[in-house]
Design a protein around this ligand. Sequence first.
Ligand SMILES: Nc1ncnc2c1ncn2[C@@H]1O[C@H](COP(=O)(O)OP(=O)(O)OP(=O)(O)O)[C@@H](O)[C@H]1O
Ligand SMILES: [Mg+2]
Length: 241
Amino acid sequence: MLVTKDLSKFFYGFKALDGVSIEVEPNKLTLIVGPNGSGKTTLINTITGFYRADSGHVFFNGEEITNRPPHEIYKRGIVRTFQIPQPLKKLSVLENMLIAVDNPGENIMGCISRGWEKREEEIVEKASGLLEFLGLDDLWNTEAWKLSGGQLKLLEVGRALMADAKLIIMDEPMVGVNPELAASILDKFVELKRYTTFLIVEHRFEIISRHVDRIKVMVNGRIVDEGSEEFKEVIDMLCFR
Ligand SMILES: Nc1ncnc2c1ncn2[C@@H]1O[C@H](COP(=O)(O)OP(=O)(O)OP(=O)(O)O)[C@@H](O)[C@H]1O
Ligand SMILES: [Mg+2]
């Protein structure tokens, strides 16, 4: 579904991405791990249009999206979350879900023929269903700033699904979330793979490893081969720290 080919990114002569080629399969959870500074966040930023690639290509469902602006990439169904969740804090949980719908007026003819109210109803129904699944339904009317770190992660995923995300890219989503809650959040991600795909950067390997379908290891701006010494070293380091 997502393919990068020989993606490179320089910062003032320093090669942060050195010919990265990866494939992300649909309806799977793919994990990227690697030492600090190995280029994981840079890769995410380059895929999602926040950084310009210096060379190489990014394809999404067969279409080239290299260096397209972030909002266009978002519209195609790639939604990224940040280390610090960014909901609108003064709005309620439900309002945050509703405004995530990218363009409620999309397919205007469809809306007119079915009636705008019907469309609104569908959106609210979808939001309510998702909040229930995510265990946030009791908080629907709570302002987002009152949520815990874990609840904010769930809200972010809910917002991504309201925007019809086909691929959800998350940078260290489990930072500051206690292990038990993290495991239950990841259980939900596993169930949501029926509808979407996850690409996650996460250091907390002990929590996430059993939820993962594919693992990519990044070292010095490169994806290293599975089975190589470097791959094993990184996994061992993560397992035993
Ligand atoms: N905007 C930038 N300007 C200059 N250098 C940058 C920029 N962003 C990242 N870098 C450099 O690129 C390299 C890769 O950084 P990146 O943040 O992608 O690593 P990372 O794998 O996400 O690390 P961490 O695990 O610590 O989050 C680092 O050497 C970093 O200093
Ligand atoms: Mg990072």
